[in-house]
Design a binder for this molecule. Structure first.
Ligand SMILES: NC(=O)c1ccc[n+]([C@@H]2O[C@H](COP(=O)([O-])OP(=O)(O)OC[C@H]3O[C@@H](n4cnc5c(N)ncnc54)[C@H](O)[C@@H]3O)[C@@H](O)[C@H]2O)c1
Length: 260
């Protein structure tokens, strides 16, 4: 059996306060990794770190908006001061601001996707991934190893009604993943993406129940996924068991892609 090799490693999980990020932070900690959870929502921080420590792990929380270069760079510098290395980056933070490109009713435009909605999603889901990878990569290059994992989505592969902004970022993340795997492979840094299907977290609360029910119907496994099921794949991708895996996108969607 191949060991995960994650004990003592330093892992950043962005968006670590809730949902998939929280489950991922806890899963890495359970393997003995030192986990830095970054999030704009600091309310859950104490509970998360408490839970990590209860399980015998080591965790640290920092308030970081991944869309702000200065905050990301300061957080990386603080983490290097604290733990001296960064081995894994899980670029998980993400937001939705759904609306149709043009909502049309009775011969008229009812609404359009606003500039604010477009820019906010690009800022977090795309630029945030870029900023975190750019800040972390030099430390991995110096160390001669690392793993960068990026949150894509099933909608990054197939598009989605009402998600112009979100689907664009999740598709773009796939090509950043491929580009970085080409650029960083020579430094023994692996870069991969995960494309979750519909996972039961807060992020889906803004989506109409009718749409979610339809998705479950189209999913061969006939249910939504859990955050823990995504965390497990991040863990595997970061581990020594995936030592020859780079530049790929793993769908974790209950078969949704083939079901549609
Ligand atoms: N839940 C799903 O069905 C699903 C499907 C496909 C992809 N994803 C992706 O997985 C990732 C996690 O999703 P989730 O469902 O756990 O979402 P969530 O809303 O439950 O959690 C997202 C976390 O990111 C944090 N966050 C938001 N903006 C941030 C910022 N600027 N800087 C730092 N942190 C920020 C939030 O505070 C929150 O804690 C996202 O990238 C999402 O797009 C989720």
């Amino acid at each position: 059996m191949i060991e995960t090799g994650l004990a003592g490693k330093v892992v950043i999980v962005t968006g670590g306060a809730a949902g998939i990020g929280r489950a991922t932070a806890l899963r890495f900690a359970s393997e003995g990794a030192r986990v830095a959870a970054w999030d704009v929502d600091s309310e859950a921080a104490e509970a998360l770190i408490g839970e990590i420590e209860k399980g015998g792990g080591e965790g640290h929380f920092a308030t970081v908006d991944v869309a702000q270069a200065s905050q990301v760079e300061a957080a990386v510098a603080a983490l290097i001061d604290r733990w001296g290395q960064i081995d894994v980056l899980v670029n998980n933070a993400g937001i939705l601001r759904d609306s149709q490109l043009v909502k049309w009713k009775d011969g008229e435009v009812v609404s359009t996707m606003t500039d604010e909605a477009f820019d906010a999603v690009i800022g977090v889901n795309l630029k945030g991934v870029f900023l975190c990878a750019r800040a972390v990569a030099p430390h991995m290059i110096r160390a001669g190893s690392g793993a960068i994992l990026n949150a894509s989505s099933v909608v990054g592969l197939y598009g989605n009604f009402g998600q112009t902004n979100y689907a664009a970022t999740k598709a773009a993340v796939i090509n950043m993943t491929r580009s970085w795997s080409r650029e960083l492979g020579r430094f023994n840094i692996r870069v991969n993406a995960v494309a979750p299907g519909f996972i039961a977290t807060e992020i889906l609360k803004s989506m109409p129940q009718k749409i979610l029910d339809g998705m479950v119907q189209h999913t061969p496994l006939h249910r939504m996924g859990t955050p823990e099921e995504i965390a497990e794949v991040y863990l595997w991708l970061a581990s020594d068991a995936a030592s020859y895996v780079s530049g790929t996108v793993i769908s974790v969607d209950g078969g949704l892609v083939v079901g549609t």
